[in-house]
Design a protein around this ligand. Structure first.
Ligand SMILES: Cc1cc2nc3c(=O)[nH]c(=O)nc-3n(C[C@H](O)[C@H](O)[C@H](O)COP(=O)(O)OP(=O)(O)OC[C@H]3O[C@@H](n4cnc5c(N)ncnc54)[C@H](O)[C@@H]3O)c2cc1C
Length: 497
């Protein structure tokens, strides 16, 4: 039985560990936090369980790629998700003209719903939607298709800037912005984010979005159970402090509790910059280290976790996006723009969903620069000025929530807020990025990080290797496993389901 040691029990570490455990490996996963899950982690405040980094998920619809992985792992029947409404998967509000758009699920219904607001763009919308499905269709992994050994050149549109790509099909200035509304989900930046990222994320959610019912941490536990049932361990509260090398290969990892673990394979499921801090410099060339440190990260976020008064605010089975101005839809990453340009909000479903919402989550993209003055502080010791700043930011967002839902503030019982510093410290992600390395179509190679490394028994997994999020990270887990098991060995098994 080969052994694997995984650093980080987040989405990537747990998916990779569960897949390898299923394939007969003895897996040990080490997690620095007291709770496993990374983006799947929950925390309890005001007596309510809140999700931290997994509010809307894709790939769980019938036939969906992550759903198939769950079936392969034998956990599908225990996963508790609620699908968002078919006739309205997302509602957008633009403060500039107080316009509201309700978008329907499914390729045809999506076009139909938007054509209602922009009738003269119907044909263009059809061509645009067809183009994003074509681009998503080019990606073998996304479609759980075995990959060919030779490299295939992507289509010309694949690496276009996403904003130029949309403009190629759509004439109406407002509709161009409406179609880019998911930007905050993938750290979209004008002139940089490649069309393939925009296409994959949009196709994923147009096919159907879901939410975890009763908290995302239950899903982390299901993955951990697969590892444990196969004889492995998932150990929270024992982060990796250093990695030891012998003859150019990893020979063990030392943890904060002073334990030393050895294995046949080591998988880093943490941010690559965090890995560089753990491993001796000679593991990688100086050029590689400099490159990893220089890849820009996607922007961060300021979040509000709101406990609502009982039976005061309805449960809403779709996400809502508040956008200030149409022309700023691609500007979330710009320093010259006043915060906030917009936010996403949703009512997470309780374990037994009812007509009323018990809580509301509000997530507003924010640059790390907003909190840079407190970057050398730690959780609970950031000072009175930081707390005052947070209060002020909370009030701004609550004001906007009141515009979205008049009377909302009277339904609020308690509010807890987190900043880019919270994200940085909980997940150990550089500058609190919500989705890791930022992809730039002008220099796509910079952010491309293979799962294999120059250190023969060290592999990588997680949001920085490919695509972020529930779907992107779980698919990358397959690639990491196949670097050990052999090309297409896993995807063929999962695809047969
Ligand atoms: C506010 C927010 C909202 C989001 N919303 C969504 C959403 O709705 N849908 C979606 O699909 N995606 C969402 N994302 C993105 C998603 O959470 C991430 O893409 C995903 O969690 C990344 O998975 P990962 O395994 O790469 O990293 P993580 O899930 O962050 O896991 C990394 C783990 O490694 C641990 N770790 C770090 N250093 C060490 C160490 N030295 N030793 C041991 N352990 C260590 C961390 O504590 C963490 O548990 C959101 C992210 C944020 C921040």
């Amino acid at each position: 039985m080969k052994t694997v040691l995984i650093i980080g029990a987040g989405v990537g570490g747990l998916f990779t560990g569960a897949l390898l455990a299923k394939e007969g490996f003895r897996v040990t996963v080490l997690e620095k936090n007291a709770t496993i899950g990374g983006g799947l982690q929950n925390f309890t405040r005001f007596g309510e369980v809140f999700d931290t980094g997994m509010h809307v998920i894709g790939g769980m619809q019938p036939g969906g790629n992550v759903r198939k992985i769950c079936e392969f792992l034998g956990i599908l029947d225990k996963v508790s998700v609620v699908d968002v409404d078919d006739d309205c998967m997302d509602r957008l509000y633009f403060a500039e003209d107080r316009a509201t758009y309700r978008l329907a699920k499914g390729k045809e219904a999506f076009v139909e719903s938007l054509s209602g607001y922009f009738p003269s763009e119907r044909d263009n919308l059809e061509r645009y939607v067809s183009a994003i499905y074509d681009i998503a269709g080019e990606v073998d992994l996304f479609n759980l298709r075995p990959s060919a050994p030779e490299l295939r050149a992507p289509s010309a549109e694949f690496l276009m800037a996403a904003d130029d790509f949309i403009a190629k099909y759509i004439k109406d200035r407002r509709l161009r912005s409406v179609l880019a509304y998911m930007n905050p989900l993938y750290g979209g930046r004008g002139g940089q984010t490649p069309a393939y990222i925009h296409s994959i994320i949009n196709v994923l959610y147009i096919n159907g979005a879901s939410r975890f019912a009763g908290g995302s941490a239950r899903f982390a536990d299901l993955l951990a159970d697969v590892i444990k049932d196969a004889g492995g361990d998932v150990l929270p509260g024992d982060g990796v402090e250093s990695i030891s090398l012998e003859n150019g290969a990893v020979c063990g990892v030392r943890t904060v509790k002073g334990n030393f673990y050895t294995a046949d394979y080591y998988i880093s499921a943490i941010h690559p910059c965090a890995l560089l801090e753990l491993i001796p410099p000679e593991a990688f060339t100086k050029a590689f280290r400099n490159r990893i440190s220089s890849v820009p990260n996607a922007y961060s976020a300021f979040s509000m976790y709101i406990k609502l008064k009982p039976s005061a605010f309805p449960y809403i089975n779709y996400s809502e996006y508040f956008m200030t101005r149409y022309d700023d839809i691609w500007n979330f990453g710009r320093q010259d723009k006043a915060w906030p340009l917009g936010f996403m909000c949703m009512t997470p479903p309780d374990a037994v969903p009812g007509p009323w919402a018990s809580k509301m989550l509000v997530t507003a993209p924010m640059l790390f620069d907003e909190v840079r003055q407190w970057e050398n502080t730690s959780v609970g010791h950031r000072g009175a000025d930081y707390r005052a700043w947070k209060e002020e930011r909370k009030d701004v967002l609550l004001g906007m929530m009141e515009e979205l839902h008049p009377g909302f503030c009277s339904c609020v019982q308690d509010v807890n807020a987190s900043s880019p510093l919270t994200i940085r410290d909980y997940y150990a992600v550089k500058e609190g990025s919500i989705c890791g390395f930022s992809k730039d179509c002008n220099n796509i190679m910079l952010s491309q990080l293979p799962v294999v490394t120059k250190v023969p028994n060290l592999l990588l997994t997680g949001q920085n290797n490919n695509l972020h999020g529930f779907c992107g990270v779980s698919l990358t887990a397959i690639t990491t496993c196949e670097a050990i098991l052999g090309r297409n060995s896993l995807i063929e098994k999962i695809g047969r389901i």
